[in-house]
Design a binder for this molecule. Structure first.
Ligand code: CS2
Length: 493
């Protein structure tokens, strides 16, 4: 049996494994992170560790919180919070490269089920200055543009906060939602030292900062905590961000690869591409890690970066995922390797997406498109089409429908976006057929499948799902007929 990665075994790792950039034993906690999935471990945690090293300031360790299961907490606890990032790329000659680096920035991990009290205490601690979030699109529990106050988890958090107000006693009842955890933590902070705080959402959502500020305020108001909502409005900021790094689900093969490099077992390993980018709005309420020293861009206007990334990268990713999965491609690299799909995705970007964008400073959008497609080609990543296809009901509006809306407003019919939407519809229909081997992993799966199979037909059925298609788009005849035409082509063409 091999040893487990830990502070004890760290010293014995072979030289080619990069050690934490700062000594984990010297790191104090300054950040709370909600949603410790693979993406956080390969992205913000790396920037934060590098920032601590560059600035010589070890006060920004991370107290991370899992979402629904204690799994990551159980993986990292025996490893003293350490885990590896296995970066898989290609050398100049085309041979695969795999670099392993151990990250030590995560100093504590809690599972909200039992440890809500510890997380709320951390959020209220005046030594904590920043909260970050990666909870995925569906983690925000939205209904349209608002917080879904009918969601059971959100209701539990509203109740917990309302009880605190009524009884005057702090409640450590298990958090039912990330927004609830955040709002309850901010309420506790407001009542204790009232030190300002910055809350940084790192999910792929349009105007993510403003969106999150709105949801927190709605939860506080629904709980009757208007005074806290007023304090948050004055003392808590919610910068917008653009985050980018391709981080596929870790497989057993990846863990074997890492073990053969390091000689130790790492249950918390994550895999990533070499590329990484983070753009954060310069809107901080107090001290923060020197993320710009680690390569992040801190800027007054994130929108052009965010729009380009969501519409070009994520829009193309979803396109390749739905088209690719239906055509039997297992990975994104295989899908983009099909010249027909590659041409289609380029046409989507050139004909529909780029005309809606303002280039970020210093960025040529055609070069950006090519760089993105080059990243998708990375064969070592093994990023599956089915992983990217997940949660389409949450992703489509962000990645594709804004482009459609802008094109229609400019008087053009977005045929290429219509084809992407059609690809999703065909994918949804296929998942109902047990023989296809495709499953629909989506919070609205049942609703989508019954809409797809309803008497009105696939296109009308799915366009009628208001959680995905706003009425202004669903009722636009130009869009409806473009989608209908594309579904026909993809089904019979
Ligand atoms: C992907 C993204 O899973 C998906 O839907 O499109 O997670 C993508 O890999 C990242 O946004 C890249 O930054």
């Amino acid at each position: 049996m091999t040893d487990r990665l830990s502070l004890t075994t760290l010293a014995n790792l072979p030289a080619q494994v990069a050690r934490p950039a700062v000594d984990p034993r010297e790191v104090g906690i300054g950040v709370v992170h909600l949603g410790i999935g693979a993406f956080h471990r390969a992205h913000q945690a790396v920037y934060t560790e590098d920032a601590m090293a560059a600035a010589g300031d070890t006060g920004w360790g991370i107290h991370a919180v899992t979402q629904r299961s204690p799994r990551v907490a159980e993986q990292l606890a025996p490893q003293d919070g350490l885990y590896g990032v296995l970066t898989k790329g290609l050398a100049a000659g085309g041979s695969p490269t795999a670099d392993l680096r151990v990250i030590g920035a995560v100093r504590d991990v809690s599972f909200p089920g039992e440890q809500t009290g510890a997380v709320l205490a951390r959020m209220a601690d005046p030594g904590t200055h920043v909260a970050t979030l990666t909870v995925t699109e569906k983690g925000y529990r939205r209904a349209g543009d608002h917080l879904d106050l009918d969601d059971a988890g959100v209701r539990a958090d509203v109740q917990a906060l309302a009880d605190e107000l009524r009884t005057g006693r702090e409640s450590d009842a298990a958090a039912g939602s990330p927004i609830g955890m955040l709002a309850r933590g901010l309420a506790r902070r407001a009542r204790r030292d009232a030190t300002p705080m910055t809350v940084v959402t790192c999910d792929n959502i349009v105007q993510n900062g403003t969106m999150l500020a709105g949801l927190v305020s709605e939860l506080l108001t629904a709980s009757g905590a208007d005074d806290v909502a007023a304090w948050v409005a004055r003392h808590v900021t919610f910068p917008a961000t653009m985050v980018d790094r391709i981080v596929p689900a870790t497989t057993d093969d990846d863990r074997d690869d890492a073990r053969s490099i390091s000689g130790v077992t790492d249950a918390g390993l994550v895999v990533a591409e070499p590329f990484s980018q983070w753009v954060v709005e310069d809107a901080f309420a107090g001290p923060r890690p020197a993320w710009e020293r680690a390569g992040a861009t801190i800027t007054s206007d994130v929108a052009p970066f965010e729009d380009a990334k969501l519409r070009i990268l994520n829009g193309s990713h979803s396109y390749l995922a739905y088209r690719g999965a239906v055509l039997g491609y297992r990975t994104i690299a295989e899908a983009v390797g099909d010249p027909r799909l590659r041409d289609e995705v380029r046409a989507l970007v050139d004909e529909d997406v780029i005309p809606t964008l303002t280039p970020p400073p210093g960025v040529d959008l055609t070069d950006y498109r090519d760089a993105v497609l080059g990243r998708f080609e990375n064969p070592a990543l093994g990023h599956t089409t089915i992983q990217v296809a997940m949660d389409g009901s949450q992703k489509l509006p962000v990645r594709l429908l804004g482009t459609a809306r802008d094109r229609l407003a400019a008087g053009s019919v977005p045929h290429r976006v219509a084809r992407a939407v059609a690809a999703w519809m065909v994918f949804v229909a296929r998942t109902a057929d047990g023989a296809s081997g495709l499953a629909l992993d989506d919070p609205l799966a049942e609703q989508l499948q019954s809409a797809a199979a309803g008497g009105g037909g696939l296109v009308d059925g799915l366009l009628g799902v208001a959680e995905v298609f706003p009425p202004s788009l669903a009722e636009d005849e130009r869009f409806r007929s473009a989608v209908g035409q594309q579904v026909a082509e993809l089904t019979h063409g």
